[in-house]
Design a protein around this ligand. Sequence first.
Ligand SMILES: [Zn+2]
Length: 260
Amino acid sequence: MRTNIKDGIKFIQFDIFEDIGINHAVFTRQGGVSKAPFDSLNLGGTVGDDPDHVIENHLRVFRTVKRPFDSRFDVWQVHGKRIICTDSPRPIERAHLKADGIFTDNPEVTLLMRFADCVPLVFADPSKHVVGIVHAGWQGTVKRIAAEAIEVLKRQYASKPENLLCAIGPSICKSCYQVSLDAAQQFRDVFGQEATAFIEDRDDGIYLDLWKANQMTLEKAGVRHIERADLCTAHHLDDWYSHRAEKGKTGRFGVVIALK
Ligand SMILES: [Zn+2]
């Protein structure tokens, strides 16, 4: 993983995607125009930020990755497990579709998703020329959206799991992520005994390791090449937005990927 700063915009890139002809970046919150509590590179349009600032931030992001703004495809992220495969950008006048995973094999499309604690799963299949992003909060993780993504890649693009490259991006870490008894129970119902690997009962509550849960789901689906950022959004508020640590009053950082 590398950290870059370009015109004051700080972003990270995964080593796993180096030299395979894709363009990607995980943007921190640094280098935008939004004011507190959205400071400053907020890409969330429904969090209460000034819409003009959000648009300017989007333009900066697309300029940084040298992609035209009208190439973007993004969705309304709803903590489900629906995945959309698109072969065209989202027309400016068309409303966002509801989904939590987006894939494309068209080099003219730039995929964008927004995060603030939920796990970004970033995918590339160099042999089939496909890229994708998945949004996995605890709800998407318990619905095993990571496994759903692999199924979609196999079905839609004839991808082989062993050829896939996957990165697990900045998101809330286990020690910052206390969850309800009900959420923990849902994981135990779905994952059975395996849940003990990522759910920990402590004196002060139950804690969930989203990185481990998603990594295990990917590995079980046959993915061999996984890079983890191991960066916690709630621990590092100078770089990331954290819904939990900032009590819901915050912005969203962007993850962008496109084929070259
Ligand atoms: Zn943390």
